[in-house]
Design a protein around this ligand. Structure first.
Ligand SMILES: [Zn+2]
Length: 482
């Protein structure tokens, strides 16, 4: 007879963490939540293996399953009908069900690789940290899978800003999925007084993993979590930034640069809560509805945004436009204020989107929505050759550059005043490739090496990309989003 945990197969409720187990020594305790549905419905999910028979293992299992379920049920109804007439589906490479492996090895990390989700464990300062035990991390990785289902072209886009947006979508997924829990909303209300832009349990993402990372690399995580969505980071052109930096500074690394967009999004959410509360005091209902409406804005905006160089500014412009379509513009002041505050839109651009003088360019809109021949949307990026010799490769390397026509005539803020001059899509692609080699993120198989290779050492850095041969020549292919 199979050994089954006491919360067993028939139990309606399971014991799970709400957002994160917390940094040690944590005083948090698991809560009871409805048992999530596995292998059913649109964006079906599952956890590899049977439910462990020990209580701690069962909490880990159900925490991951519940966080997966909570994230996909937020997004599945929002997939656009014109692209998904039969309802939401994963990227075809994933199959019908997204499966999470909670014990993929020893590391302080997690990733999505178009097959499923992988989570790791590591023993640090007397504590075994399982990345799949944190709903923040599970929602983040699920966010990568959801965005890959919505916009597959982003996978191979050679752009620091687009890669960073993928990371931001993951962190935003953790925030929005946290807001779906009444118990967490109550705590956040208590902690922030309804001012959601303040640092709180909702904004502090992955506290336990952040603690573990600080034990081994003190400057690689925020002081109170892995990344805090409550921040004051101001947009800078990522091609002007170093490829790596301590957490206290901004780099063009995707996790670091993601914080600019996440910060603006949390601040938008805070403003949306105030919009809903009006003159009255902020209540639980305002938090809940703001979270749902923010998800609607985000999914609609991102599916309409083309593969353009200044990507953040275009997503922000689409968010404002979608608000005018779906919510009669009631959140527009909140969105404008947040995106101006973080420099993602210049003040003039934020104004021009709201009053309609920045577009949209309807021709660009039609071109993007029409399905391309392959149906993969990779047509929205274009091939660019990168000289390979400097990276120890025998040939040029072809990458996919973001050079679509932007739909809105908007720009990010220049540090002094006015609009930031945009960088061309080809230069963005070249800078992205150089960043990857400098960060040690590229795996180069021995057959493509000319002696020295700049692909990094043996320090265990996860290789997010690899050099491959597509039959025509060398190409750069993404392996994972971590
Ligand atoms: Zn990620």
């Amino acid at each position: 007879m199979a050994t089954v945990h006491e919360a067993g197969d028939q139990a309606d409720e399971v014991s799970v963490w709400e957002d994160d187990p917390g940094a040690p020594p944590s005083t948090r305790t698991p809560v009871l939540r409805a048992r999530p549905a596995l292998r059913t419905g649109p964006l079906a999910i599952d956890v590899e293996g049977a439910v462990p028979s020990d209580a701690e293992g069962a909490v880990r299992y159900w925490t991951a399953a519940e966080a997966l379920g909570r994230t996909v049920t937020l997004y599945a109804p929002l997939f656009p009908m014109e692209t998904f007439p039969d309802g939401a589906t994963w990227n075809p490479a994933v199959g019908d069900t997204l499966v999470a492996n909670l014990d993929a090895g020893v590391d302080l990390n997690a990733y999505y690789d178009r097959r499923g989700l992988s989570f790791f464990r590591q023993h640090v300062s007397g504590v075994t940290v399982w990345s799949g035990e944190s709903p923040d991390i599970v929602s983040h990785e699920t966010g990568h899978a959801v965005l890959d289902a919505l916009c597959a072209w982003m996978w191979d886009a050679a752009s620091a800003e687009i890669a960073a947006f993928h990371e931001s979508f993951g962190d935003i997924s953790a925030v929005l999925s946290g807001l779906r829990l009444a118990s967490l909303r109550e705590q956040v209300m208590g902690e922030t007084g309804g001012e959601l832009s303040r640092s709180s349990r909702l904004s502090r993402l992955a506290e336990q993993l952040g603690w573990a990372v600080r034990q081994v690399a003190p400057s690689s995580a925020d002081p109170d979590c892995l990344r805090n969505a409550s921040n004051e980071l101001f947009y800078l052109n990522p091609v002007s930034l170093p490829p790596t930096a301590p957490a206290s500074q901004l780099s063009s690394g995707p996790h670091s640069f993601s914080r600019v967009f996440t910060g603006a999004f949390l601040r938008s959410l805070a403003g949306m809560v105030h919009t809903l509360a009006g003159e009255g005091t902020v209540d639980d209902e305002a938090l809940r509805i703001a979270g749902e409406d923010a998800a609607t804005l985000l999914v609609t905006a991102v599916t309409r945004t083309a593969a353009v160089p200044a990507y953040y500014a275009q997503v922000a412009a689409h968010l404002i436009r979608v608000d005018q379509e779906k919510f009669a513009g009631k959140y527009t002041p909140a969105l404008q204020a947040a995106f101006i505050r973080h420099g993602i839109l210049s003040p003039g651009s934020a104004e021009a989107v709201a009053d309609g003088t920045a577009g949209p360019d309807e021709k660009a809109l039609e071109r993007h929505i029409a399905p391309d021949v392959s149906g993969s949307r990779s047509a929205f990026t274009s091939p660019v050759a990168v000289p390979g010799r400097q990276y120890g490769l025998p040939d040029d390397l072809t990458v996919r550059a973001p050079i679509e026509e932007p739909r809105f005539a908007v720009a990010a803020a220049a540090p002094s005043r006015g609009d930031l001059a945009p960088t061309g899509g080809e230069d963005i692609a070249l800078a992205f490739v150089e960043d990857l080699f400098r960060q040690g993120r590229v795996a180069v198989p021995p057959e493509y090496r000319r002696g020295f290779t700049a692909s990094g050492g043996l320090d265990g850095t996860l290789r997010t990309h690899e050099v491959a041969n597509n039959g025509v020549g060398l190409v750069l292919v993404r392996r994972v989003f971590d």
